[in-house]
Write a protein that binds this ligand. Structure first.
Ligand code: BG6
Length: 506
């Protein structure tokens, strides 16, 4: 069997987000962001509550909670404020990534580090200088940075004063921010992503879009609150416009720059062979494709019209929006892929977004992670084919990974064979997809260094090949240790994906 399948310049690497690694939430002029108000929800707490759905209780989403977190920060655990201290350890951390042979490091810029309120006239030079240093460090090691402009950390001021992306004011502010950083770093960063998991607005409007449901003080465009879908779809429309304008401005700044989307890809299976279950798959798929259909094709797909009409959702297009979407289509597609979902007909003729990330119906053929996420490598091959079939654009895997509890041996080693197994199976299926003819140009493991979980703000949910000695409450030495998977990924990268067997010394 020919194992030399990956293109020779394939971008192997890993992905992180500013709010989950940087810490230093109030240093060097950084302003507050929505992520600074994400509270710790431990597994123990969730188990006690009997909940498996991680994306309901964890984030502050009302103005009351935010107000209390501001007034009494010490009575809350807000781990994204300290992250893993990457703000101070970036040199050491990037050197470790380089030791694994990384070709790409997907990271994000904290918007409120550059513009503390999100909409300031002048950028914060200290914030800009930090990312200069990070990008220089990457290049020193031959690593290409790939940068997400907004990864679940909308500046708090924009959320509180304008309802985040409900307002066109936030669109203007975002475009100004994008213009500033893209122009500044154009010679250091070629690949840009606009909004992380843009579809997350359905489950998580506060962190991803700055929308405080029912709580924003002022909505400059006067958009009435007709219910949460109205708000969510209006906010995401505004984000898609901001994204399209960013694609255009990046190309104007430098035609060599490439801008991609980022979708949390939800691949769905029917629970049975009943046509109705398959119909439910179609509905759910539409809610997932919608975002990328707009970002890649430049217009709203036909299938949303019925949903909008029957649910009285009126997405307001400002003059020029239609043209902006059409002229600002993305250069490549990126997805996060973690799991697949099972669909059962809900008995309704039109789809409704669930806003849930972990499906309630279990797939008996799949194992679950310790956090209840079904592990499905073949689903990865299927989804890559579906995406390529639909868009015929190059694909970059911006996230794939396994959150697990790691055990520290008495000799200090972390023997994470489960993580190696997960990676091997997913890389094998990506290889099959490439053989199928899918154009995949890179793969970023989520959280190559342990970081604060997005969904629950835990450290216990570890993704890394690099262990960070820190617990859910920020206690620990912060020391970094190489796990067994560190050497596995190194071998995968060195062989350009040709050697995937588990045979490594540790
Ligand atoms: C994606 C996000 O949803 O999944 C990341 O883009 C996140 O920010 C990752 O960390 C894994 O989710 P979690 O909740 O396990 O951290």
């Amino acid at each position: 069997m020919d194992n030399n399948v990956f293109p020779k310049d394939f971008l192997w690497g890993g992905a992180t987000a500013a709010n989950q690694i940087e810490g230093a939430f109030d240093e060097d002029g950084r302003g507050l962001a929505t992520s600074d108000f994400a509270r710790l929800v431990s597994k123990q707490e969730r188990d006690t509550e009997g909940k498996f759905d991680e994306h309901v209780p964890h984030n502050a989403s009302s103005s009351e909670m935010v107000a209390d977190m501001k007034a009494n920060p010490d009575s809350w655990h807000l781990p994204k404020r300290w992250g893993i201290d990457f703000y101070h350890t970036y040199k050491e951390d990037i050197a470790l990534l380089a030791e694994m042979g990384f070709k790409v490091f997907r990271m994000s810029i904290s918007w409120s580090r550059i513009f503390p309120n999100g909409d300031d006239k002048q950028p914060n030079e200290l914030g800009l200088a930090f990312y200069d240093k990070v990008f220089d460090e990457c290049h020193k090691h031959g690593i290409e940075p790939m940068v997400t402009l907004s990864h679940f950390d909308t500046p708090l001021h924009l959320a509180e004063e304008y309802g985040g992306f409900l307002s066109r004011h936030t669109v203007d502010a975002f475009v100004h921010y994008a213009q500033t950083v893209i122009a500044r770093y154009q010679s250091k960063v070629k690949y840009w992503l606009t909004f992380n998991e843009i579809n997350n607005v359905l489950s998580n409007p506060f962190t991803s879009s700055g929308v405080i449901l029912g709580g924003a003080k002022k909505v400059s465009d006067g958009n009435p609150y007709l219910g949460h879908w109205q708000e969510k779809f209006q906010a995401v429309h505004n984000q898609m416009v901001a994204s399209a304008l960013t694609v255009q401005l990046a190309h104007r700044i430098n035609p060599n720059l490439r801008v991609g989307n980022m979708l949390c890809r939800l691949e769905n299976y029917a629970e049975s062979t009943k046509p109705e279950d398959q119909l439910q798959v179609l509905f759910e798929d539409h809610f997932n494709w919608f975002f990328t259909d707009v970002q890649a094709n430049g217009e709203y797909p036909y299938y949303m019209k019925r949903f909008f009409k029957e649910n009285h959702i009126n997405v307001e297009f400002a003059p020029g929006d239609k043209e902006a979407l059409l002229e600002g289509t993305v250069d490549f597609i990126t997805i996060s892929y973690y799991m697949t979902y099972v669909m059962r007909y809900r008995g309704e003729p039109v789809p409704k977004p669930t806003g849930r990330l972990v499906s309630d119906i279990k797939n008996p053929n799949l194992e679950l992670s310790a956090w209840g996420w079904p592990i499905d490598p073949i689903g990865f091959r299927i989804t890559l084919n579906h995406i390529y079939d639909r868009y015929h654009l190059p694909i970059f895997i911006s996230e794939n990974g396994l959150g697990a509890v790691d055990q520290l041996e008495s000799d200090g080693r972390i023997i994470d064979d489960y993580r190696i197994d997960y990676m091997r199976k997913h890389v094998e299926q990506m290889r099959e997809a490439i053989k199928d003819g899918v154009d995949v140009f890179g793969y970023a493991w989520w959280g190559p260094i342990d970081l604060v979980s997005s969904g629950t703000s835990e450290m216990t949910k570890r993704y890394g090949m690099i262990y960070v000695d820190q617990d859910d409450y920020g206690q620990g030495t912060g020391e970094r240790k190489r796990k067994k998977s560190f050497y596995y990924y190194k071998k995968v990268i060195q062989s350009n994906g040709a050697e995937l067997d588990n045979d490594i010394k540790y």
